[in-house]
Design a protein around this ligand. Structure first.
Ligand code: BV8
Length: 249
């Protein structure tokens, strides 16, 4: 951890510095939410890449909604963990902060983080397949599968499926923050899903200090300035203590 302090000294980080965090499924692992590519990534012998697609929904909306209903029920029963709460402390301490998350579980908001960009949507929002209107839907379990809009059309989860573009506003907000930040923490992502996985590359190329928190190495590990090996729930609270102490001039 002392190397983090050395890097912060070289960087000259202050409370006014732009700080960005990018999270993936690993930040929710200690809340009991299965990650995508861990061994528990299977559901009824399907892989996420097979069900989280427009083609799968077109072909069999009921099965796709069964999977989302299962995940909604599971996620609704989980609580934010110390990693989520540590990120909220950063949001509260650094005026120029942004959390960019790939997660759709809503746990960052439930931990009190306010400045969030949800790159891949949110599993508790639904979207009308006819006119694209988005609304919150907290029914756990869903009252009907597949759920229908009052206009009579099918509802879909308001998430980004494989092969779909990311919502423009969130995409631009994330990449602008990556280009402007002085420090980026990359927490709990396997860095295989694009374009999210290129966000830390943009930050690094723009001159940010990039720190990765993950029990395993990832395709980003050789690029980042520091790889803190371990669980987010254990490491992040300590990293935030160091960041707050260091900038508490
Ligand atoms: C797009 C929402 C174009 C849905 C998700 C070949 C090469 C490169 C790219 C592609 C390619 N073929 C296809 C593509 C594009 C594709 C892609 O990247 N595919 C990958 C699989 C190769 N990308 C897309 O399709 C994207 N769209 O490119 O569109 C386009 C452009 C314009 C117009 C039209 C089209 C859309 C991608 C979004 C897909 N949606 N989720 C849903 O969830 O149902 S992605 C899904 O994966 C989740 O969002 C998840 O967050 C994300 C990434 O996974 P991770 O979060 O990293 O989770 P993972 O399980 O992989 O890893 C967990 C990590 O945590 C591990 O590293 C583990 O070690 C660590 N960990 C475990 N425990 C802990 C921990 N870390 C810390 N603490 C712990 N305790």
């Amino acid at each position: 951890m002392e190397s983090l302090t050395d890097l912060l000294s070289e960087l000259g980080l202050t409370r006014q510095s732009p700080v960005t965090v990018l999270t993936g499924a690993g930040v929710s692992a200690e809340s009991g939410v299965p990650t995508f590519r861990g061994e528990e990534g299977l559901w009824k012998n399907f892989r996420a890449e097979e069900l989280a697609t427009p083609e799968a929904f077109e072909r069999d909306p009921a099965t796709v909604w069964e999977w989302y209903d299962y995940r909604r029920q599971m996620m609704a029963s989980k609580e934010p963990n110390p990693a989520h709460h540590a990120i909220t402390r950063l949001d509260e301490a650094f005026p120029n902060f942004l959390l960019i998350t790939q997660n759709i579980d809503g746990l960052h908001a439930r931990a009190g983080t306010r400045r969030i960009t949800e790159l891949h949507g949110n599993i508790f929002r639904v979207r009308c397949t006819r006119d694209g209107e988005v609304s919150e839907n907290l029914d756990v379990p869903l009252t009907e599968i597949p759920p229908g809009c009052e206009c009579g059309s099918l509802l879909r989860p308001d998430v980004v499926w494989f092969g779909e573009g990311l919502p423009r506003e969130e995409f631009e907000r994330a990449f602008n923050a990556a280009e402007a930040c002085k420090l980026m923490l990359v927490v709990g992502t396997s860095a295989v899903v694009h374009p999210a996985a290129s966000i830390p590359v943009v930050a690094k190329q723009a001159g940010a200090l990039v720190v990765e928190v993950n029990p395993d190495p990832t395709p980003l590990t050789d690029l980042v300035d520091l790889h803190l090996r371990g669980k987010a729930g254990e490491i992040l609270p300590r990293v935030v203590d160091i960041l707050l102490d260091f900038t508490d001039m």
